[in-house]
Design a protein around this ligand. Structure first.
Ligand code: SF4
Ligand code: SF4
Length: 363
């Protein structure tokens, strides 16, 4: 269903993006910049679902803004990076379940800070209230393995279920079909390389240096994504060793959980610090100003998860261990709970957009 008669009076983010996309579709100067432009030029008119899909393909590199001859003071007042950012963040809020939680955490940095502090306080209280068995060693001398599983299994699985619900709504609205193996391969390869963050010419983004292209944002994203995946691999291999080989923690420095955990923690911490530095230099008027502070708070939480995990590795044999364990587990608990309602959700929606794009390209 296509709607090519926008009602600009309502002033919704979709209406404003539709106005700008129609100008871009006539101009097409930025055709080679990113995967959003081929998706734009494949269409004659833009339904709300099309705009949501294009917005989730855009990664706010700002290249089209600096190339555009129709930005202010031209009467067209083009600012496609911002128009698409506003549609994108609205889509994450509207598709989330429950949506009011997403509106709260996407728009208010204090909500993320408060949830993090609450998570840490709850873990401190839990450690006091649930004494670990005398036979426990290492971390399990502070909080038993069964208490950790009882707490973190639902904290991990329930937000994932909420996220899956949101992605299902997205998929229905953008008209996605059942994906094939080839389409999954294509989308995962693009996500793994973050190909679109290179810019159409391979020089990178205009995100933090104005009109100058730099690869910094792609590299910082890579550090965050691969750091996160290595941390996840650390937890997964620890679980396999525990249940599959009856080898409970603590593990030696040369074990898989430690090797994955330390390299992942270092990469993730460095990536988050780098992202915060890039965000501080980015131009606010080229993204969604309503979500900038909350996004920054979320990157801070992610960096705290990584840094507290590293501190736990480094000081796990000292008297600081129980306090560091509560700090780290509290930050992890908050991070899991906030995943569907914060910037973390964008990775999943981006993958869904790449998958839909593979379908549109006939992969
Ligand atoms: S952003 Fe400007 S230059 Fe680029 S396609 Fe759109 S109207 Fe043309
Ligand atoms: S901001 Fe970058 S990614 Fe987004 S539409 Fe413009 S060129 Fe493409």
């Amino acid at each position: 269903m296509y709607d090519d008669t926008p009602d600009l009076a309502t002033g919704t983010p979709h209406d404003e993006a539709r106005r700008q996309l129609q100008i871009c579709n006539a101009c097409r100067y930025c055709e080679g910049y990113c995967s959003a432009f081929p998706a734009i030029t494949r269409l004659r008119a833009f339904a709300d679902g099309d705009i949501t899909q294009i917005a989730n393909l855009c990664h706010n590199c700002c290249g089209c803004y600096y190339a555009c001859q129709y930005t202010e003071p031209h009467e067209f007042a083009l600012n496609l990076p911002q128009a698409l950012a506003q549609v994108r963040t609205q889509s994450w809020q509207d598709y989330a379940w429950p949506a009011p939680l997403a509106r709260l955490f996407h728009r208010h940095a204090y909500a993320t800070v408060a949830a993090t502090l609450l998570g840490i306080a709850a873990l401190f209280l839990l450690i006091q209230a649930v004494p670990a068995p005398a036979s426990g060693t290492g971390f399990y001398a502070v909080l038993s393995h069964s208490a950790m599983i009882a707490l973190f299994a639902p904290l991990f699985l329930l937000p994932l279920a909420a996220l899956a619900l949101g992605l299902r709504r997205y998929w229905r609205d953008v008209g996605g079909a059942r994906p094939t193996l080839a389409q999954w391969r294509d989308a995962l390869a693009q996500a793994a390389q973050m190909r679109n963050l290179k810019g159409g010419h391979g020089e990178g983004c205009n995100f933090e240096e104005g009109a100058r292209f730099t690869p910094a944002r792609r590299m910082a994203h890579h550090a965050v994504m691969y750091g996160f995946l290595l941390c996840f691999a650390s937890t997964s291999t620890g679980t396999i060793l525990h249940y599959g080989f009856d080898m409970p923690a603590p593990y030696s420095l040369w074990s898989l959980p430690k090797l994955f955990g330390i390299t992942g923690g270092l990469l993730l911490t460095a990536g988050c610090v780098w992202m915060l530095a890039l965000k501080a230099r980015a131009e606010a008027h080229l993204s969604d100003p309503e979500t900038t502070a909350a996004d920054t708070a979320f990157v801070g939480l992610l960096g705290m998860v990584a840094a507290s995990g590293l501190a736990l590795y480094a000081l796990g044999q000292t008297v600081a261990m129980p306090a560091l364990l509560a700090l780290h587990l509290g930050a992890v608990a908050s991070f899991f709970l906030l995943t569907p309602y914060t910037k973390m959700a964008h990775g999943f929606f981006r993958l869904a957009a790449l998958l839909k794009d593979a379908q549109a390209r006939g992969v």
